[in-house]
Write a protein that binds this ligand. Structure first.
Ligand code: TRP
Length: 462
């Protein structure tokens, strides 16, 4: 349970998580709720499929543990030490650690990155919501692969339905954040993540008997490095940040009220393991079904929205499972979206003295408008292509492959080089072996890996 004791000197703090997390488990659930979302079930399988499977999955897993885990520990320790919203925390710690208040710009970059991410996240969240009534109506029952493809293409090709779905998703997100009722949602997360896990296990059972399981396992776990480009490796790193909600201060914000005595290492390890398990399960289910039905793993953003309805349409109780699946996925998307919107709203409330409703409408409205670019990328603007492709592809590339890794680099630099050893070891529970391992990763390994892959991918070194 959480206690909501306002801190007297916390006038600058209107973040919704006032009070202290009373148990590590509640904190872990909240961060897991932010981490588990479309990134695990929609994005991971589709970009793994586009990058040839095995080698991508391996680089992703290494990135999660070698880069993601130390960055998460850094975000948590910074957040807990600063005890403010991410922008104020970076300014405060920058000064306290003898550097500069200008570190606040790292917090700003997080708000910008988060807004861009949410702009397309909301569009895909909308697709998820739109698939709920389709599931209930039995639209997938007994359909062929060509028919589910046609349902997907028909839906996403209709700009009006996509815009409406995006508006509904964003509208609900704005309302929930405006009312500051995320607290209640922490209870729901307790149920949602295990339920999603259970459903994925049921689907795994179905996938095992589908005839494509061996091929799915092989695709995911046999690394073929010839299939992976440096750009693919950068996408794997970007996905590690994305799926763990790192690089935009979301985890930092959640950590502001983490009590001193809780172990940061244990909390972050639990989140990373839960998040990775759900992504791998989703990948196994989806690729088994792809190969069982002779479909293309590199289908793209429609992968989950085609493969799973096809399977639901064939299995016993499919209408029920399809409905539950899209409700749970929509819910998971939601608990992630709230965490992305919150820092920007908190900042507008604190900085400009607006009400939560005004701030949420303003920030959310801008994000909604930005999201139109992604919504239209799948229909009227599908042929409008520049730099990396459609508007959606550019926003995705800029955020996951540029902004989040760059922010991660700066966060590890701050925690590893700017903060003094005493401050970080105090937060991480002493200067033992695990602290030394963290410091090695944060100071050298993670930054070097990010810089190397980034420079290779953009072709500066080759
Ligand atoms: N991690 C979420 C997912 O996998 C998305 C997300 C939530 C996120 N908060 C974030 C991504 C902060 C980057 C930064 O679906």
């Amino acid at each position: 349970m959480m206690m909501f004791k306002e801190e007297e000197n916390g006038t600058a703090l209107r973040f919704s998580l006032h009070g202290h997390w009373s148990s590590r488990l509640v904190f872990v659930f909240a961060v897991t709720g932010s981490a588990v979302g479309l990134g695990n079930i929609w994005k991971f399988p589709y970009i793994a499929g586009q990058n040839g499977g095995g080698a991508f999955v391996l680089v992703y897993l290494v990135s999660v543990f070698v880069i993601g885990l130390p960055v998460m520990m850094a975000e948590i320790l910074i957040g807990r030490r600063g005890r403010r919203n991410p922008i104020a925390t970076m300014a405060l710690l920058g000064e306290e650690e003898g550097s500069s208040r200008q570190w606040k710009w790292l917090g700003f970059m997080g708000v910008v990155a988060g807004s861009l991410i949410l702009s397309y996240y909301s569009v895909i969240g909308g697709w998820t919501l739109a698939y709920v009534p389709k599931s209930i109506a039995g639209a997938f029952t007994g359909t062929s692969a060509a028919e589910v493809e046609a349902i997907y293409a028909g839906f996403t090709g209709n700009w009006l339905s996509v815009v409406i779905a995006h508006s509904v998703f964003m509208g609900i997100t704005i309302l929930v954040v405006a009312r500051g009722v995320e607290r209640g949602l922490e209870q729901a997360v307790r149920f949602m993540v295990p339920a999603l896990l259970l459903l994925m296990l049921i689907l795994l059972g179905y996938a095992v008997t589908s005839g494509g399981f061996a091929a799915g396992v092989e695709f995911m776990f046999t690394p073929d490095f010839a299939a992976l480009t440096w750009d693919g490796a950068l996408q794997a790193i970007g996905q590690a940040f994305f799926t763990l909600s790192l690089g935009m201060g979301a985890v930092m914000a959640y950590s502001a009220y983490l009590p001193k005595e809780m172990s940061i290492r244990r909390a972050s390890t639990s989140v990373v393991i839960a998040d990775t398990a759900i992504a791998l399960l989703a990948g196994l289910v989806i690729f088994s079904l792809v190969f069982a039905n002779d479909l293309d793993p590199a289908e793209g953003p429609g992968l989950v929205f085609v493969i799973l309805p096809l399977a639901f349409g064939q299995m016993a109780g499919g209408v029920f499972f399809a409905t539950v699946f899209f409700v749970l996925l929509g819910f998971a998307a939601f608990t992630s979206a709230l965490g992305v919107l919150e820092p920007g709203v908190a900042w507008v409330v604190e900085r400009f003295g607006r009400s939560r409703l005004q701030a949420a409408s303003l920030v959310g409205g801008v994000i909604w408008a930005l999201g139109l670019g992604t919504a239209l990328s799948f229909n009227v603007l599908a042929d409008f292509s520049f730099l990396r492709g459609t508007i959606y592809q550019n926003v995705d590339y800029l955020t996951s492959n540029v902004m989040l890794p760059v922010a991660g680099l700066l966060i590890t630099f701050f925690a590893g080089w700017v903060m003094c050893r005493n401050s970080t070891s105090e937060e991480l529970g002493g200067a033992g072996t695990s602290y030394k391992a963290w410091r090695l990763l944060a100071r050298y390994v993670a930054p070097a890996a990010i810089v190397l892959v980034f420079l290779e991918a953009v072709g500066i070194i080759g």
